[in-house]
Design a protein. Structure first.
Length: 418
């Protein structure tokens, strides 16, 4: 499948480049950092390979995402490292389904990753390519999760990580990056300013650009999710897959994974892909509604850091994925994410961060709009854990914990009072 990468192709101007582990964005489409020419991988025409199907059906879980190595764009002779990423549970959530009046509902629990988010799949891939490139230092812009992942994988691979973050990222999140040994630099300005600085530093200092999806290999880490979903669901297909969209790496990765399954003849069609964004950062949703091919730059006005960008860098492919799959895009308010978060915890036992709870908020909205029917089979991408940054999960004013003396009657009175 992708093993034989023939070329990298700019999604904006179509220019082709030879595959290279240091490739980032198209050289002709770089002037506007908000509208980069993301390079897409053109692979060999797939054959109907029984060996590849077997890998998808019976992956060797001990290898993390490298269980799927034969389907991933990596050179065969480099050492791989895994921290046990991937192979996350596919959970049926009957309590949540019945709360929403749906016949069924499924959750891909990406909070189970070593550093708590799906980004570990992406980091495993990007760090593998950095090693192919002989890099010593990785640099990226992150809202926290990708930097955590890259710092963890980079550290074990013996690489230094420089994480450029917004001053809005909470201290809890920064602490974990630092514990992995990552060097955190808080940079003022917009997400575009930080990306621009990251690209300039990578060029000037020869550091490896580990941004997803400016690194064309990033989405290929995320494309392992549909492979797993296929095997875990016994091949039963989904009508909808609903995911939060920030940089667009996860969403486009999912599309690629389902495309692989389609090309291998394992699924009859790609599920309808629904992109969820924050109302305060809706670049793909606006473009979808206006019939545009590229995300529309806008504000970054949301509490959900993972989906807060001036514009989704991988918007061209994300919009193609939505349209090709007859999917949709929906924006949710911060309050809707904050309402979905405890709902997910209480009805399904998953503690997500706001950007991940956005998938459930999006489903609620789409069901309300009758775009998703209650009888349809829906998969929600629960992309990251709330445990890394618990302060983001509930407004502080909602948290008050009574303090009592060790008296049974006081305990009873307190509990009964609610
Ligand atoms: C928890 C979580 N969900 C979703 C996203 C969005 O993923 P992507 O940037 O690949 O669109 C992110 C990105 O940081 C994230 O951290
Ligand atoms: Zn281009």
């Amino acid at each position: 499948m992708d093993v034989q990468i023939k070329a990298l192709q700019c999604v904006r101007c179509g220019e082709k480049y030879p595959p290279h582990p240091r490739a980032t964005t198209c050289l002709h489409c770089r002037e506007d950092i908000d509208r980069p020419g993301i390079l897409d991988l053109l692979g060999e025409d797939p054959s109907d390979s029984p060996a590849l199907k077997e890998i998808i059906l019976h992956p060797d879980r001990s290898k993390g995402i490298w269980a799927y190595e034969d389907l991933l764009p990596v050179e065969p002779d480099f050492p791989r490292m895994t921290l046990g990423e991937g192979h996350t549970p596919l959970l049926e959530a009957p309590g949540l389904a019945s709360f929403l009046g749906m016949d069924s509902l499924w959750l891909k629990n990406e909070t189970m990753h070593p550093t708590g988010s799906f980004k570990d799949r992406v980091a495993a891939m990007v760090v593998a390519k950095a090693r192919e490139a002989g890099a010593r230092t990785l640099i990226l812009v992150s809202s926290g999760n990708m930097a955590n992942s890259v710092a963890a994988y980079g550290a074990v691979a013996g690489l230094e990580t420089v994480a450029i973050v917004s001053p809005k990222v909470s201290r809890e999140r920064l602490n974990t990056i630092a514990v992995y040994g990552g060097k955190v630099v808080r940079v003022n300005g917009t997400s575009s300013d930080r990306l621009s600085l990251c690209f300039r530093a990578a060029e000037q200092f020869g550091w490896y650009n580990a941004n997803s999806p400016h690194n064309p290999y990033g989405p290929h880490g995320a494309k392992t999710i549909p492979y797993e979903v296929f095997a875990q669901s016994g091949g039963e297909s989904f009508d909808w897959v609903i995911s939060p969209v920030g940089f667009g790496c996860n969403f486009v990765g999912n599309w690629k994974g389902f495309e692989d399954l389609l090309r291998l003849g394992m699924i009859p069609r790609i599920p309808r892909l629904a992109a969820v964004q924050a109302e305060g950062s809706p670049s793909v949703v606006r473009a979808f509604e206006m019939g545009r091919e590229e995300g529309i730059p806008g504000p970054q006005d949301t509490i959900a850091g993972g989906i807060s960008q001036v514009v989704t860098p991988n918007s061209i492919l994300a919009l193609r994925a939505i349209r090709a799959s007859e999917g949709t895009a929906v924006a949710v308010a911060d309050e809707e994410m904050l309402a979905a978060l405890p709902l997910l915890a209480r009805k399904a036992g998953l503690y997500a961060e706001p950007a991940a709870a956005a998938a459930l908020a999006g489903l609620k909205k789409l069901v309300g709009q009758r775009k998703v029917r209650r009888s349809e089979r829906v998969l929600l991408m629960i992309s990251g854990s709330g445990l890394k940054d618990p302060s983001s999960s509930l407004p502080a004013k909602d948290l008050s914990f009574p303090l009592i003396d060790p008296s049974l009657s006081e305990l009873e009175r307190t509990i009964r009072a609610g």
